[in-house]
Design a protein around this ligand. Structure first.
Ligand code: AHM
Ligand code: MG
Length: 283
């Protein structure tokens, strides 16, 4: 069997998933379901549908041992002989579908146990005016869906040493003094505010524009931050670091140093070019 064949199968599955979810987003029901997920968020029908689309497609893969979804309470066993765990957020930013903003899906692919050190790939999709796919194994590659339904390679993505964008999350009245002054210092240096409220789109923008900072700190209303480690934070940390950027939770030298202790564990998080992450670390 050709080297990387199983990973190719996973990437193909994510491509199929992206096409299906983008269709559902165009014409599906935007209303709420009657349930809430493990984090207590009220689920949209689209959250549940996206989760089902992903589960059904990933179940076809023999190489997947289990899947972990933001929309599922606990991991779901797929094939005990499989070698990859896929942790995913089926529809990140789904609270923005009513305002027709870009949203996406995030996938972390772990070989063996669910541990940041075992991440071997991360993939995300963006459902905007166009459908895009970013695949990261050793480098970070951008693909765009064409008229024929094929994902065409566009370019390799790299972060510059220093950027211009500042994507600031979390309830501002709960920011610590040090976080507030760090964010202000970037604006004082000429950084421009960019924040939609969909992590996938905000991080995509910072990445494609070459750099800057995306932050979601700890606040009294979210003492461990809001964003979830296994299927939101770690896949993007993997991508940002492979793109030449850096990450931190404010304490660790990298988000990838954090241990996953619970499926739905959250963490404060900072992603950016090296310059901005140095600024976060040094205050
Ligand atoms: P979701 O996965 O339920 O959509 O929640 C995560 C989203 C992220 O996309 C985004 O960065 C964050 O929540 C926005 O939160 P806030 O509205 O507090 O800025
Ligand atoms: Mg999310």
């Amino acid at each position: 069997m050709q080297k990387g064949y199983k990973m190719q199968e996973i990437i193909k599955a994510v491509q199929d998933i992206a096409i299906k979810i983008s269709e559902v987003l165009k014409y599906g029901d935007l209303g709420y379901a009657t349930s809430s997920n493990a984090t207590g968020d009220t689920q949209l029908k689209l959250d549940i549908l996206s989760d089902e689309i992903i589960e059904n497609r990933l179940k076809e893969l023999k190489c997947v041992s289990s899947i972990i979804s933001e929309e599922k309470e606990s991991p779901l066993l797929i094939d005990k002989d499989g070698e990859y765990i896929i942790a995913y957020d089926p529809l990140d930013g789904s609270s923005l579908v009513d305002v027709n903003f870009a949203v996406g899906s995030i996938f972390g692919i772990y070989k063996g146990a669910l541990d940041a050190k075992n991440l071997v790939a991360a993939i995300y999709t963006v459902y905007g005016p166009r459908v895009e796919l970013v695949v990261c194994q050793d480098d970070v590659r951008l693909f765009r869906l064409d008229r024929a339904g094929e994902f065409k390679f566009i370019k390799t993505l790299e972060l510059k040493e220093k950027g211009k964008l500042n994507a600031t999350g979390g309830t501002q009245k709960g920011w610590s003094d040090s976080h507030r002054s760090m964010i202000k210092s970037l604006f004082d240096d000429g950084y421009r505010l960019r924040y939609s409220g969909a992590m996938v789109s905000d991080l995509h923008q910072v990445l494609l524009k070459g750099g800057g900072l995306f932050s979601y700190p700890a606040t009294p209303d979210a003492p461990n931050g809001k964003l979830r480690l296994a299927f939101e934070v770690l896949p993007f940390a993997y991508i940002y670091e492979k793109a030449g950027g850096a990450t931190t939770n404010g304490v660790n030298s990298s988000l990838l140093d954090i241990k996953i202790e619970q499926t739905h564990q959250t963490t404060p998080c900072y992603f950016g070019s090296k310059f901005e992450i140095d600024r976060v670390r040094n205050g």
